[in-house]
Design a protein around this ligand. Structure first.
Ligand code: C2O
Ligand code: CU
Length: 463
C-alpha cells in the first residue's frame, strides 16, 4: 500500500525528472514592470541596522499606483523572490482572471517568472495591492502598496496623504523580520501581531501642515493582524469613504475609528491646531493616545475654514436590489484558542481538535478547514446573496470578499455602507448582502493572515 505521502513524493520525483530547466527570465515584459524583490530599508530607528524586506520595485511600501477612474492598469509582475508569488488588487471589482489568487484564478508565479496584469478600475477610491501567495509571510515582509483611483472631479481639499499602517514583528536586537510565519500561537490566537508600528515604512512619520488646511487622509491597514483604533487630535474630520466606497453622507470623526486588517478609511480633516502646535493621528491604546502620524503646524492657510465636506460622488452600479429573493447562506466560524471547535474536516478527513492542532490548522467555516472544491455559495450572475455570519470564536476576524463590495444588513433591516472587509468581534452574528454581478471564483477569507493560513478561507462562485 502506498501512503498519500509516498504517492506525492513519487509524483514529485517523476515531475522533477521530466522538468525542463526554467529559462532564467521570460521575454521582455509587455507592460511597465512591477518587480517583487528583496531589499534593505531603514525601518527601525537609525541606531539599528537596516531591515531586509521584500518589496515591489524594492520599495516598502511599493510604488503608489494612481490612475483615473475607468483607466486601465497594465503591469508586468516579475518575481525575483526566492518563492512563488502573485499580486492581488484588494477591493477592485476586477476581472476574475486578474484577481491574483494562486490555485483559484491563476497559477502562482514561480521565481524568475512573470505574469501580466491588465484590468480596468471601475471605481474611484482607496485600494491597495499585495502579495497573495503565502501571504502571512509575503505581506509581513513588505509586499504591498497603495492603489489610488481618482474621482473625475477632485473634492475640495488642499492636498492628500496616503497613509499605510503596518505592524512589524522585528527582532529587538537586529531589527530583522521574525521568520516564524507559521507560529502555532499566532495562528490559534489573534494572528501575527508585531512589536513595531510604522506608517509608510516610517515609525516617526511627520507631515508639515498649515492651520485651516484641508487634507484628505487615505488610511490603509496593511498589517497582518493588528486592528488600528485611531482618533484625531488638533484636527476636525469626517469619514468620507470606507474600503474605497464613498459614504452617502460624510460622518464626523467624533469617537474612535476602527480599521481592521485590509480595511481602508478616507478622511477629510481640517487642521484646527494653531501655528507652532502639532496635530496628530492618534492610536488609542489602553485608554492612552499614542501618536501614529504627527502634523506640525506652521503658518496658516490662505483660505478660511470651510464648512463640512460634500459627499464624494457615488461609484457606478452600486445598488442592491432583489433582497426579498436573495440566495441566503450561513457561515459559522469556529476554532482557535478558547473556542468551541472539537472536530472539523481537513483535506476530506474528519479530525479531532487535537489532530488539528498537530496539523497547525485551527479555524473552520461550517465545519471545514480551508479551501475545498466546493464553493460556499454558487449563483448565476446577477443574483443577490445574503450571508449570515456567526463568529463563534473568541477572536475578532476581518472577513474580506474579493471582486465585489457588500453592505451590512443591520438588525432593523437597514443597509450599512459598502465595504469589502467586515470586521467581526467574538460572539457576533452579522449579515451582509451583495449583488453577485461579477462572474468568477471569488475568495472570501479572514484578512488576519495567520487565520487565513490556518483554515479561514472559502470561496464563492458566480457563473
Ligand atoms: Cu487583501 Cu484575499 O486579500
Ligand atoms: Cu481571523
Amino acid at each position: 500500500m502506498t501512503t498519500r505521502r509516498e504517492f506525492l513524493e513519487q509524483g514529485a520525483a517523476t515531475i522533477a525528472a521530466l522538468a525542463v530547466p526554467a529559462l532564467a527570465r521570460a521575454a521582455t515584459p509587455r507592460f511597465a514592470e512591477l518587480k517583487a524583490r528583496p531589499a534593505r530599508v531603514q525601518l527601525a530607528p537609525p541606531t539599528y541596522p537596516k531591515t531586509e524586506i521584500w518589496g515591489y520595485d524594492g520599495a516598502m511600501p511599493g510604488p503608489e499606483l494612481r490612475m483615473a477612474q475607468g483607466a486601465r492598469i497594465q503591469r508586468s509582475f516579475l518575481n525575483e523572490l526566492p518563492q512563488a508569488s502573485s499580486v492581488h488588487w484588494h477591493g477592485i471589482r476586477i476581472d476574475n482572471a486578474m484577481d491574483g489568487v494562486p490555485g483559484l484564478t491563476q497559477p502562482a508565479v514561480e521565481p524568475g517568472q512573470g505574469f501580466d496584469y491588465d484590468f480596468v478600475v471601475p471605481d474611484a477610491g482607496t485600494y491597495w495591492y499585495h502579495a497573495h501567495n503565502r501571504s502571512t509571510e509575503q505581506v509581513a515582509r513588505g509586499l504591498y502598496g497603495a492603489l489610488i483611483v481618482e474621482e473625475p472631479e477632485a473634492p475640495d481639499i488642499d492636498r492628500e496623504e496616503v497613509l499605510i499602517l503596518d505592524n512589524w514583528l522585528l527582532d529587538p536586537e537586529t531589527a530583522q523580520i521574525d521568520p516564524d510565519f507559521t507560529s502555532r500561537h499566532d495562528r490559534s490566537h489573534a494572528g501575527r501581531r508585531g512589536n513595531f508600528i510604522a506608517t509608510n515604512g516610517r515609525f516617526d512619520l511627520s507631515l508639515d501642515v498649515k492651520q485651516n488646511e484641508r487634507l484628505r487622509l487615505r488610511l490603509i491597514n496593511a498589517a497582518n493582524a493588528r486592528i488600528f483604533v485611531l482618533s484625531i487630535f488638533g484636527m476636525e474630520g469626517w469619514t468620507v469613504a470606507l474600503d474605497g466606497m464613498p459614504l452617502s453622507e460624510p460622518k464626523p470623526v467624533s469617537e474612535v475609528l476602527i480599521i481592521g486588517p485590509g480595511q481602508r478609511a478616507d478622511l477629510i480633516v481640517d487642521v484646527t491646531a494653531a501655528s507652532g502646535e502639532t496635530a496628530h493621528l492618534v492610536r488609542v491604546e489602553d485608554q492612552e493616545g499614542v501618536s501614529q502620524v504627527a502634523f506640525p503646524v506652521s503658518g496658516r492657510a490662505a483660505a478660511a475654514r470651510r464648512g463640512s465636506p460634500h459627499p464624494l460622488p457615488p461609484n457606478p452600479r452600486m445598488d442592491i436590489s432583489g433582497m426579498e429573493k436573495a440566495v441566503t447562506a450561513r457561515l459559522n466560524m469556529q476554532g482557535g484558542a478558547m473556542g468551541t471547535l472539537d472536530a472539523a474536516t481537513l483535506d476530506g478527513e474528519r479530525k479531532s481538535f487535537r489532530q488539528l492542532v498537530e496539523a497547525n490548522q485551527f479555524w473552520s467555516f461550517n465545519g471545514t478547514i480551508g479551501m475545498t472544491d466546493t464553493p460556499l455559495v454558487s449563483v448565476p450572475v446577477g443574483e443577490t446573496i445574503k450571508l449570515e455570519i456567526y463568529n463563534d470564536t473568541s477572536f475578532p476576524h476581518a472577513m474580506h470578499l474579493h471582486g465585489m463590495h457588500f453592505r451590512e444588513v443591520t438588525k432593523d433591516a437597514a443597509l450599512g455602507p459598502f465595504r469589502d472587509t467586515l470586521l467581526m468581534f467574538g460572539g457576533e452574528t452579522r449579515t451582509i448582502a451583495f449583488v453577485a454581478d461579477n462572474p468568477g471564483k471569488w475568495l472570501f477569507h479572514c484578512h488576519m493572515l495567520s487565520h487565513a493560513a490556518s483554515g479561514m478561507m472559502t470561496w464563492l462562485e458566480v457563473t
